[in-house]
Design a protein around this ligand. Structure first.
Ligand SMILES: [Zn+2]
Length: 330
C-alpha cells in the first residue's frame, strides 16, 4: 500500500507543480517504487508520568508536532499484477479493476512503434482512478504496455526483433524469415511478452478483448475477430471508425488466437497512426467504455469448451482462481 499511496502522491505533486502533467507521470515506467518515507518516531516527547518524578534528567515538556495531514486517498486504485517481464527485464504490469473474471481485457502497446495505443490505455487507467464514483461495473483489466522494449526503442518488434502480435500459437502461425518486420519468432509463444499477455488472459478469462494499435493511411477502424461484430458496431457509433472484418492475413496474431480459434470476441482498435494521444483519448473514451460496460452482451466463447491449452510456462500463478474456475482444464 505504501508504494501505491506514494505513487499517487507523486502524481498529485506533479499536478500541483503544473510543470509535469499527470500523463507524463503515467508514461514514466511505474516499476520503481518511490522512496518510502521514514517511519516517524512514535515515542512520546514528554516523559511518562512515572518517569516525570525520576529526577532532573527529564527535560522540559515539548508539545508534539501537529499530526501530518492524511495522504489524499485515490478514489480507486487498481490492483497491479506483474504478469511477466520483457526480454530486457521490464515488468509487464496488469492493472485490475473490480473482482472476478469474465470482464474486459484491454491491451496497449503490443507494437512499440504505436505509442498512442499505450497512451490511450493509460488515459483510461487514470480516468478510472479519478472518477467521482469508484468503478463498480464489470471487471476490467488493462495491460497498457505489452511490449515495453519496443516502445522504448520505437520499434514494432520486441528486443529480439520478434513481432509479438505474430507470436501467438494460433492455428495459422507460420514461420517467417528472421529479421522481417512481422517475424513471428522461431516458434509460437517464444517471447516473454507473448507469454505475459497469455498470463493476463488466463488470470482474467475475459469475455471480450480490446487490443489497441495504430495504423497509417487513414485506415483507422474497429477491426474484429470472433463474435465481436456487434461490439465493433457499437464502438463505431462512439468513435466513428469503420467496422472492418479483416485487415489481411495476420499469422499468429492475438486476434486469430483468441477470436478465430477460441471464439473470444476481440476488437483490434486501430487508431490513426499520427494522432496525438490526447486527441485519441477524446475520440475513443466513450468507445472504450462501450466495451468495458458490457452494454453489448458477450457471446458465449470457447474458453470453456474443453480445448486444451497449457498455461504459459512463465505466466503467473492464478490468484483469481482460473484453474479452479475451469475445472483444471486450461
Ligand atoms: Zn499494431
Amino acid at each position: 500500500m505504501v508504494p501505491r499511496i506514494a505513487m499517487v502522491l507523486v502524481l498529485v505533486v506533479g499536478l500541483m507543480a503544473g510543470g509535469c502533467s499527470w500523463r507524463d507521470a503515467m508514461l514514466r515506467p511505474q516499476v520503481e517504487s518511490p522512496p518510502i518515507a521514514p517511519v516517524p518516531d512514535e515515542r512520546p516527547l514528554t516523559a511518562p508520568a512515572h518517569e516525570a518524578t525520576a529526577g532532573p534528567e527529564v527535560g522540559p515538556s515539548v508539545a508534539p508536532p501537529p499530526p501530518a495531514p492524511p495522504a489524499p486517498a485515490p478514489r480507486l486504485m487498481p490492483r497491479d499484477v506483474v504478469v511477466g517481464h520483457s526480454v530486457d527485464g521490464v515488468p509487464l504490469v496488469l492493472h485490475v479493476f473490480g473482482e472476478g473474471t469474465g470482464g474486459t481485457l484491454i491491451i496497449g502497446g503490443i507494437h512499440g512503434n504505436e505509442p498512442t495505443s499505450a497512451e490511450l490505455a493509460e488515459y483510461l487507467i487514470m480516468d478510472l482512478m479519478t472518477q467521482a464514483d469508484p468503478w463498480s461495473g464489470p471487471p476490467l483489466a488493462i495491460l497498457p504496455r505489452a511490449n515495453p522494449d519496443g516502445l522504448a526503442r520505437g520499434t514494432r518488434t520486441n528486443a529480439r526483433g520478434v513481432d509479438v502480435n505474430r507470436n501467438f500459437a494460433a492455428a495459422n502461425w507460420r514461420f517467417r524469415k528472421t529479421g522481417g518486420a512481422q517475424w513471428g519468432g522461431n516458434h509460437p509463444e517464444s517471447e516473454p511478452e507473448t507469454r505475459a499477455i497469455l498470463g493476463a488472459m488466463y488470470l482474467t478469462v475475459p469475455a471480450r478483448i480490446v487490443s489497441i494499435h495504430s495504423i497509417g493511411g487513414g485506415r483507422q477502424c474497429n477491426n474484429f475477430d470472433g463474435p465481436a461484430q456487434v461490439l465493433a458496431q457499437a464502438m463505431c457509433a462512439a468513435n466513428g471508425y469503420p467496422v472492418v472484418a479483416t485487415l489481411g492475413v495476420c499469422h499468429g496474431s492475438l486476434g486469430n488466437w483468441a477470436g478465430v480459434d477460441r471464439s473470444v470476441p476481440i476488437i483490434t482498435l486501430e487508431l490513426p497512426r499520427d494522432q496525438p494521444g490526447p486527441d485519441a483519448w477524446q475520440q475513443n473514451r466513450e468507445a472504450l467504455f462501450v466495451a468495458i460496460r458490457a452494454e453489448v452482451p458477450a457471446v458465449a466463447s470457447a474458453w470453456h469448451t474443453g480445448e486444451e491449452t497449457d498455461a504459459p510456462a512463465e505466466g503467473p500463478a492464478s490468484p483469481l482462481g482460473l484453474r479452479d474456475a475451469t475445472g483444471g482444464q486450461r
